[in-house]
Design a protein around this ligand. Sequence first.
Ligand code: SF4
Length: 317
Amino acid sequence: MWDGGLMKNGKKIIIAVPHGFCAGVRRALETVEKALELYGKPVYVRHEIVHNEYIVDALSEKGVVFLEHISRLPKKAHLVFSAHGVSPEIEDDAGKRGLDIIDATCPLVKKIHLQAVSYSAKGYAIIIIGHRKHPEVVGTAGQVDESLIVESLKDVGKLPEIAQKRIACLTQTTLSADDTRDIICAIKKKFRGRKIAVLNDICYATQNRQNAVKTLARKCDAVFIIGSENSSNANRLREVAEKAGAKAFLISGEKGVPPNALKGLNVIGISAGASTPEILISKFITFLNKMGWHDIETIGTEEKKIVFKLPARFAGE
Ligand code: SF4
């Protein structure tokens, strides 16, 4: 395996840059913290604010209540929409129930909602590439009366005839860039002759983390992606590492390392999903230190720091 550095015992850790929190996750977490600070507990959050169990547990301890259904909430309860966004149906329902809505939807997801509405109004058929059950896709699909969802290349073959002459392809923000490219090619082929607007909505954070993991994987015996099982972008990072030729594991933290997974490894790569807090990476590194991995280096380039404005009530507007 790669030996570009000087390793005392042949064991080395390489950390992908960038990894971990993106601007949308930071904004969502700060929004919940501000709501707690201003209104006290309980603050309700529809769905997990971001897909990370460590964060959900930590916020629950502070008095945040996570729920999927809002029907039992008392009037005026403070309800935060998660970073993944919601459909207008849920927003309307919350409004009718007199809840105090605080929208922590990532602005990049909001942008996709607007694209769906705008292209649909112009008469385009809407195809959403993404995971059918993921809350972001459910929220985007809910913006329009009709849409088709494509999860994989296989699904393209199953798409029905589309009456409209124009088609808009929207994507979930956290997909694999490579897989999505293939799916879009297949859609173009299937609907040859139609005008197809491709709106590449895979976000900057997803792209940057995937690019870094691709480079990382080529230099490692195994790559550990730290993130929760339900985190779409963390799962994609694991797949990207595997496709690039490394053994790849998705672990929630050091306790999730499968038995014998470290056996025979010299160079271990680490990255983390956009919703994984830095503390979990530090803990994993400490664990590896104890297991004999001491040399640490990074690979990749820091991304430009992006900051999304908080919801107006917390941004002092
Ligand atoms: S991964 Fe991308 S779309 Fe999702 S919250 Fe982060 S910046 Fe927003």
